[in-house]
Design a protein around this ligand. Structure first.
Ligand code: 5GP
Ligand code: ZN
Length: 139
């Protein structure tokens, strides 16, 4: 548990939540400020601030839950689609620094958000970045 972490408080039952799933490693509950009905959060019970800090077995447990929970969520709100969103760092929109995946039900023409504006690499830049990533990736 991390001090001052609202999601740790939820995990420990000190703050109520509308729980939809729980096992020994993972908790899922409805987001208190939904962007669409059924918007929920899937979190590890143990505190990690960022996804890359999660041990592999925990990341795998989280990933394994996302599809089945999303399927139940969209069925409940009668939505044909959904986004999975995982913000890491405040610069990426992370307000709560306890790893979480948003499941956001989507409907045609819901006006929420669409595709991002596609950029373009100058010649050689993509290969340069590719090389840097593969050089630093320790898997
Ligand atoms: P982030 O911007 O960090 O990716 O998203 C954090 C999410 O947590 C927000 O969508 C926000 O509405 C939700 N949230 C913050 N505090 C609480 C809370 O106390 N209970 C619930 N259920 N959701 C919360
Ligand atoms: Zn926490």
């Amino acid at each position: 548990m991390s001090d001052q972490c609202i999601f740790c408080e939820i995990v420990h039952g000190n703050i109520p939540c509308a729980k939809i799933f729980e096992d020994d490693q993972v908790l899922a509950f409805l987001d208190i400020g939904p962007i669409s009905p059924g918007h929920c959060l899937v979190i590890p019970k143990k505190h990690y601030a960022r996804l890359e800090q999660c041990p592999a077995d925990l990341a795998a447990a989280l990933a394994a839950r996302l599809g089945p929970i999303a399927q139940a969520v969209i069925a409940a709100v009668n939505a044909p689609g959904y986004n999975i969103l995982n913000n890491n760092h405040p610069c990426a929109g992370q307000l709560v620094e306890h790893v979480h995946f948003h499941i956001i039900p989507r409907n045609p023409d819901d006006g929420l958000f669409g595709h991002w504006p596609a950029g373009k690499y100058p010649p050689g830049k993509m290969e340069q970045i590719q090389q840097k990533i593969t050089d630093s990736l320790a898997l």
